[in-house]
Write a protein that binds this ligand. Structure first.
Ligand SMILES: [Zn+2]
Length: 227
């Protein structure tokens, strides 16, 4: 007969005390990080009509007279209900190869008004037509987007990649682990109480009354779990 407690999640297999401890710690940390991501997604969803946030890392190389040679940047942000990743890579071709080259990189953070149009959709109209911008959409459905814009001219080559994941999807995925964590903790505390001869539901000492908890009335299921 299947009793109620047997359907609950069992602890992860234990290859050893240390391994199990590390695994459990990693599980706690992952669940916490996941929870923070879920909360962040929820906050961004609540604010999606008013503001979008962007953090951006940029790295450039340039000649000593200031001519750009290479720019690379990554940005992560929110816009119009989506989590957005942008990657920019532009190589400039019209500089003297013998000249000295310097490099600079930096991180910036900002907030803006949300944009209705996607970045890769907007770029071809913003970039100079002489760069011959061309947009390719890899996939687009239900708020997801993966697209790139490529530019080609005799003085530069650029590649702009855009990925959008809708915030509702981020929230759904990030909530999974915290929910599993809560279920796992609940199962663990019930097992710990049973092992000590306490009521799994309320923690009342059942050693004197093993048939039924006098405090909350729950049947103890001690025998089924100890077998
Ligand atoms: Zn009880």
């Amino acid at each position: 007969m299947l009793r109620k407690n047997e359907t609950e999640p069992s602890p992860p297999p234990s290859p050893g005390r240390l391994g199990e401890g590390v695994k459990r710690a990693a599980f706690h940390v992952a669940a916490l990080v996941s929870l923070l991501v879920a909360v962040a997604a929820l906050v961004l969803m609540a604010r999606q009509r008013d503001v979008s946030y962007v953090c951006r890392w940029e790295s450039t190389q340039f000649t000593n007279d200031g001519t750009l040679v290479v720019t690379r940047d990554w940005s992560l942000g929110s816009n119009d209900g989506g989590l957005v990743v942008h990657r920019t890579a532009v190589d400039y071709l019209d500089w003297d190869p013998g000249i000295q080259i310097g490099a600079r990189s930096g991180f910036e953070y900002g907030s803006h008004r949300p944009r209705q149009q996607s970045w890769s959709d907007l770029l071809p109209s913003v970039l100079s037509p002489t760069l011959n911008p061309k947009r390719t959409v890899w996939c687009q459905f239900a708020g997801f987007l993966a697209a790139k814009v490529e530019t080609n001219s005799h003085w530069s080559r650029g590649r702009y990649v855009e990925l959008i994941v809708p915030l509702w999807f981020v929230l759904a995925v990030a909530s999974t682990l915290p929910i599993v964590w809560v279920r796992y903790r609940r199962g663990r505390s019930r097992r710990a109480r049973l092992a000590q001869g306490l009521c799994p539901a309320c923690g009342y000492d059942l050693r004197a009354t093993p048939e039924r908890c006098p405090e909350c009335g729950a049947p103890p299921q001690v025998t089924t779990l100890r077998q």
